[in-house]
Design a protein around this ligand. Structure first.
Ligand code: HEM
Ligand code: NAG
Length: 336
């Protein structure tokens, strides 16, 4: 009896060891502190150089965060987004959501260069993106979290996948929900991750459809209604004609420099910049999403908690681990 119990405990402990070491927290076989032995300075090197890059260009924090989203939604978090066009493989950088828009490649290249010097062929490009996204959020005043590492890099890119899987800024709520679901992310993840639009900028071409939309926001007070039309009038004048398609506007008009919960306050006031932001409060017929937006608008800690959880989930989409893929020497090309 006693022996049986001991055996049971032993196998339970073994089982939990196996699941925590090989499966990680969200089913992806990733680990905290993956480079502790093989490259002890990895996280420090990334952090320091993200800091330098963001000091030089504050927007870089937003750009590096977005880079992880666009990586993970196409073939999984495997740095496929970093590959340049080569031979008959067309780069994801050329796809509609990315071209003239996605940034931060030089920062990742420089960090990779330093890491190849410190520990050759050890730290994957996809893990660099993951660490850089985390550090960027923290640098702008957002939460810090322990990232799961151990991703490996893809041998290919998918131009078609980038066009198909990265949602368009004029997506309806239903489209966004389906789009996230395809990645194993739920409505809660959609709401929390959209909060990334508390930092960074968008081009006129991304939101001009939104500002010519007829007034259809939920409005509560007359003065609220007036402020909204002012919001749109200002943007309309900024994006007057197509020669201004590349003009930039902050995604969070109130506190663009800070990673905070103002994104959600903006949404409630009808001041979400993209159609895809605004639909979270205008197309939610059950009221479930609206309620969550309201909760985040009044409780920043709750937003931070949920954001971190969803970032861990997004960062685990279809990862390559173990002997899958490779550790690229140069993030722009597969190894020869
Ligand atoms: C829900 C669906 C989403 C849509 C439709 C969307 C769309 C967009 C668009 C159109 C832009 C502006 C691009 C430009 O005009 O050049 C943008 C910027 C940005 N997005 Fe999203 N996005 C979504 C979700 C996310 C998620 C999940 C994240 C990260 C977790 C994210 C992070 C960012 C950031 C940080 C920026 C600013 C980038 C910069 O200033 O360089 N977005 N997004
Ligand atoms: C989104 O915009 C594109 C053009 O940029 C247009 O072709 C498409 O019909 C729009 N989709 C929706 C749902 O409005």
């Amino acid at each position: 009896m006693e022996i049986k119990q001991k055996k049971l405990w032993f196998s339970l402990i073994l089982l939990s060891l196996i699941t925590t070491t090989t499966l990680g927290e969200f089913g992806g076989p990733l680990l905290k502190g993956f480079y502790k032995e093989s490259c002890p300075l990895a996280e420090e090197i990334v952090k320091h150089n993200v800091e330098v890059a963001v000091l030089k260009d504050p927007r870089m924090a937003a750009s590096l965060l977005r880079l992880q989203f666009h990586d993970c939604f196409v073939l999984g978090c495997d740095a496929s987004v970093l590959l340049d066009t080569h031979g008959d493989m067309v780069s994801e950088k050329q796809a509609t959501p990315n071209v003239n828009s996605l940034r931060g490649f030089e920062v990742i290249d420089y960090i990779k260069y330093l890491l190849e010097d410190a520990c050759p062929l050890t730290v994957s490009c996809s893990d660099i993106i993951t660490m850089a996204a985390r550090d960027s959020v923290f640098l702008r005043g957002g939460p810090w979290w322990e990232v799961l590492l151990g991703r490996r890099d893809s041998l290919k890119a998918s131009f078609a996948g980038a066009n198909q899987f990265i949602p368009a800024p004029n997506s309806s709520l239903d489209t966004l929900i389906v789009n996230f679901k395809q990645q194993g992310l739920n409505i809660q993840d959609l709401i929390a991750l959209s909060g990334a639009h508390t930092i960074g900028k968008a081009r006129c071409v991304s939101f001009k459809q939104r500002i010519v939309q007829p007034n259809m926001e939920q409005t509560f007070y007359d003065d609220e209604f007036k402020r909204q039309s002012t919001f749109r009038r200002v943007l309309r004048s900024q994006c007057k004609d197509s020669s201004r398609d590349n003009e930039l506007s902050p995604l969070d008009i109130k506190t663009p420099a800070y990673f905070d919960n103002h994104y959600y306050i903006n949404l409630l006031e009808g001041k979400g910049l993209l159609i895809s932001d605004n639909v979270l409060v205008t197309e939610d017929h059950e009221g479930e999403i609206y309620r969550k937006v309201w909760e985040y608008a009044v409780d920043q800690d709750l937003f931070f908690l949920d954001f971190v959880e969803s970032m861990l989930k997004m960062g685990s989409i279809n990862v390559l681990t173990g002997v899958e893929g490779e550790i690229r020497e140069n993030c722009r090309f597969v190894n020869i």
